[in-house]
Write a protein that binds this ligand. Sequence first.
Ligand SMILES: NC(=O)c1ccc[n+]([C@@H]2O[C@H](COP(=O)([O-])OP(=O)(O)OC[C@H]3O[C@@H](n4cnc5c(N)ncnc54)[C@H](O)[C@@H]3O)[C@@H](O)[C@H]2O)c1
Length: 91
Amino acid sequence: MEDFLESLFVTLKAILLLILSTIRNLFPTGFLPRKDVRGQTVLITGSGSGLGRLMSYEFGKLGARIVLWDINEGGNLETLKELESRGVEGV
Ligand SMILES: NC(=O)c1ccc[n+]([C@@H]2O[C@H](COP(=O)([O-])OP(=O)(O)OC[C@H]3O[C@@H](n4cnc5c(N)ncnc54)[C@H](O)[C@@H]3O)[C@@H](O)[C@H]2O)c1
């Protein structure tokens, strides 16, 4: 019985979130308020290249403090240098 109730709860929650995200997507970008990440710490995995590097720059523009996380140390240091040259705090 407990498993059934838990499954029901998760299913209903998933349906509710699906409905909410569908409604949110009906509005044009920038219409709804966005989460403010200024001064927040954001951890980016794969920050040494590609999408992770770009996400680091984008969150840096929004005023976040970036924690760079990558197995490619050289690439990660390049991202850090670029962030610092833009006045963004990264570690
Ligand atoms: N580039 C695209 O258009 C695209 C589209 C859809 C999905 N994706 C997916 O997004 C992810 C990133 O794509 P990308 O193009 O930026 O790839 P990328 O190879 O340029 O970057 C991936 C980074 O992750 C790092 N990495 C790998 N294993 C790691 C680990 N265990 N811990 C920490 N860092 C690790 C790598 O060193 C590398 O710097 C991939 O999973 C890719 O399949 C990419």
